[in-house]
Design a protein. Structure first.
Length: 321
């Protein structure tokens, strides 16, 4: 195997994909980063060595397109990032392996459970992981937290007054209602191999806009919380990068409310704090055994700012005078 890490990263226009590219680019080891997306060019311009357009992940030609890029560029790892890619990749792990491409993705069953708020809550409850209680409409007091059963990020999530439930459920019958839990919000970014937790870093989400943390700080990971994360990794056989989210209620009880078997939108902070993406991928591709553990820079903070990416028109393009 070449000493150069050649990686295809999906959904290159997403914040999560750009975080992974940023983490790999910071490593001293040589690498070839290939960003793929249905919309190219996009805001990731300059982060990847190659930007390659591909079909949407739910289209028939998507898998063959990824395989062809792997053959052409000699890529050995594929990191799907967004849900449609995760579903497609997890169903075609063997097809990728046939061309020498290791798809860093959790099993189909884990992805299916995590994408459904009802199924995920049931899994939390079965494993004894504290979480907000799911409510029937007749169990709601004065208000409830409502989320689409299958949704990404915080899209569609809001607190509903009891008098508004009927109208909301008529428009969105798949809404999942749960008790409202007040308290600070935290994320855990981690890496697992075949259900075995390698390392996890906790961060407080101090300011969130549109589901994305724009101010966050690394905090110590409580051993009880870590044990819960280990149980989730083992039960779901998580493989690769993942993100879990929880609230700390007024009594100090940790309440998990989400688990994403993929890189997260603010994972750049955890990568900088000690989540060693290049080491994990190199070990995976070389067959080396990773031992659990790692460092975390407590108190490291992230403040997100936006960058304007300008892409020049083709040479000879018309100029309005």
């Amino acid at each position: 195997m070449s000493d150069e890490l050649r990686v295809i990263i999906g959904s290159s226009g997403s914040t999560a994909a750009q975080n992974v590219a940023w983490a790999l680019r910071r490593a001293a080891a040589p690498s070839l980063l290939i960003g793929v997306d249905a919309a190219v060019p996009n805001g990731s311009a300059g982060l990847f060595d190659l930007d390659v357009p591909v079909p949407w992940a739910d289209e028939p030609d998507y898998i063959d397109a990824i395989k062809e890029i792997a053959r052409r560029e000699g890529a050995s790892a594929f990191l799907p990032v967004m849900e449609p890619e995760l579903l497609a990749a997890s169903a075609h792990v063997d097809a990728f392996a046939a061309v020498g491409l290791d798809a860093v993705v959790s099993p189909e069953e884990a992805i299916s459970v995590c994408r459904s708020k009802r199924a995920l809550t049931a899994r939390f409850e079965r494993l004894g992981v504290p979480c907000p209680r799911v409510l029937r409409p007749d169990q709601v007091g004065d208000r409830a937290f409502a989320r689409p059963d299958c949704g990404s990020g915080s899209r569609g999530a809001r607190v509903l007054a009891v008098e508004d439930l009927g109208t909301a459920l008529a428009k969105e019958p798949d809404l999942v209602l749960s008790e409202v839990v007040e308290g600070p919000e935290f994320s855990i970014d981690g890496y697992a191999t075949d259900g075995r937790l390698i390392h996890a870093i906790a961060r407080r989400r101090d300011e969130v806009r549109g589901g994305l943390a724009v101010r966050s700080e690394v905090v110590a990971l409580d051993e009880t919380v870590r044990a819960l994360v280990e149980a989730l990794c083992d039960d779901l056989r998580l493989d690769g990068f993942f993100n879990a989210q929880y609230l700390e209620d007024p009594e100090g009880v940790t309440r998990f409310f989400d688990l994403n078997p993929r890189p997260a939108g603010a994972m750049a902070l955890s990568f900088a704090a000690g989540l060693d993406a290049p080491r994990y991928l190199n070990a995976r591709l070389s067959g080396a055994q990773l031992e659990p553990g790692g460092t975390a820079t407590i108190g490291l903070r992230l403040f997100r700012r936006w960058e304007n990416v300008l892409i020049e028109p083709a040479e000879g393009a018309a100029v309005d005078r």
